[in-house]
Design a protein around this ligand. Structure first.
Ligand SMILES: [Zn+2]
Length: 407
């Protein structure tokens, strides 16, 4: 597996050089370097005997159908776009490993039809809307999105045309019913596996998310002349609530809550803040637990505001339900982890992925690989060769079992 692991890493490093910006990895949806990525992946797919096409959403797709195999496909893949100044492995590794899994299936002569998809867009950087590629594949692309404009005023439809594709045919990118399931291999992008000394995990769910803004209003006043007992300090109220958010999240299993942004007005050293506006981001794999946590945090905010003579206004921005992965497919993946001689580890994903969109269409699961240092969306993002070998060993077991069941 060593040679295969090194080949996957080398592919990621090579693709990392295909960038919009010299010296940094930035590759937005269907920008010129994507042509180079397609060329490289297309030649890899063709050398594996795959039938290759680019659909109208810019997804590169290689289909392997061995003689005598059923037409029902296992779909593997991840995205090839990046955030600005990205690392080399987010998304791309999932495509490189999908090709290695397909190669294993071929070498083991498994009667499995496999489609590998390099999704064109996941990060939402160019048009402000994520998952363009997987929305199309899952049959959930809203044609109204074609009118979105990037920072240069280019519409999504024009970006597709400029790439040499036909936006009005996006419907044809949708998967038909002939799919066994979708597996996305991805780096964890967090510190959990590293902290537990583990190589890989099967993902049980992508957590749900609530985002809101809480605005505390008091009275701005002179910091020197206003006695402490006569203040209505909005920033101090917000600070008390921020601590409470952290305390509740630490005490609640599976709850992640963050206040990442704060605006104070007038934001001056010698003025008591009259207004403090803070963000709240709450995540949990269980929707009821997330909602309950949000409600208790809001109740707490009102108590704090009342006690301090502040008013409070809440603006909700997002309520996105959790997306459970397919139970059977995830159990199969977990079994394969165990069969590969690794500790069986199940975890949730705190970040969104193409798998979230695909799950609405086909049975879906994810395999996470350890992120050294927990670092991602950063040039220091890396992977360990041994973890890639582990992911390949898991793939071998997974594919063998799947082939035995459906063959
Ligand atoms: Zn990603």
């Amino acid at each position: 597996m060593k040679e295969r692991a090194q080949r996957a890493i080398a592919a990621c490093r090579q693709i990392a050089r295909m960038s919009e910006e010299p010296g940094r990895i930035t590759r937005r949806f269907l920008t010129p370097p994507v042509h180079d990525v397609h060329e490289l992946l297309r030649s890899r797919m063709e050398s594996l005997g795959m039938t290759v096409r680019t659909d109208s959403a810019g997804n590169l797709r290689g289909l392997w159908q061995p003689d005598g195999a059923r037409s029902q496909r296992l779909v593997l893949g991840s995205h090839i776009d990046t955030v600005p100044n990205a690392g080399a492995f987010d998304g791309v590794l999932g495509v490189a490993l999908a090709l290695e899994w397909a190669r294993l299936a071929q070498e083991l002569k498994l009667p499995l039809t496999i489609e590998v998809i390099a999704f064109s867009e996941e990060e939402g950087v160019r048009f402000g809307v994520p998952f363009i590629g997987s929305r199309a594949v899952a049959g959930r692309f809203d044609p109204a999105l074609l009118g979105l404009k990037d920072a240069d005023g280019v519409t999504l439809a024009d970006s597709i045309r400029t790439f040499g594709l036909e936006p009005h045919k996006i419907d044809e990118a949708a998967l038909d019913a002939d799919v066994l399931g979708f597996v996305e291999i991805h780096i964890e992008q967090g510190p959990v596996l590293e902290s537990e000394g583990l190589s890989v995990a099967a993902v049980t769910a992508i957590v749900g998310q609530t985002r809101l803004t809480a605005e505390f209003r008091g009275q701005a006043n002179h910091s020197g002349t206003t006695p402490m007992r006569l203040r209505r300090d909005a920033l101090a109220g917000a600070a008390e609530w921020i601590s409470a958010v952290e305390t509740l999240a630490r005490q609640t299993e599976g709850l992640i809550a963050t206040v990442g942004k704060i605006d104070a007005e007038p934001n001056a050293a010698n003025v008591i803040a009259g207004v403090a506006r803070v963000s709240l981001d709450v995540r949990h794999a269980d929707d009821a637990s997330r909602k309950a946590a949000v409600e208790s945090l809001l109740a707490l905010a009102y108590v704090i505001a009342e006690k301090r003579g502040l008013t409070l206004e809440i603006a909700r921005q997002m309520d996105q339900p959790a997306v459970p992965m397919d139970e059977r497919l995830t159990a199969r993946l977990a079994d394969a982890i165990e069969a590969a001689g690794l500790p069986e580890k199940l975890m949730t994903s705190g970040a969104g992925h193409d798998a979230m969109v695909m799950a609405a269409r086909v049975p879906t699961t994810m395999l996470f690989l350890r992120s050294p240092g927990g670092i991602s969306h950063h040039p220091d993002e890396s992977v360990l060769e041994e973890d890639i070998e582990a992911a390949l060993n898991v793939g071998r077991r997974f594919l063998q079992r799947l082939a035995a069941e459906v063959g």
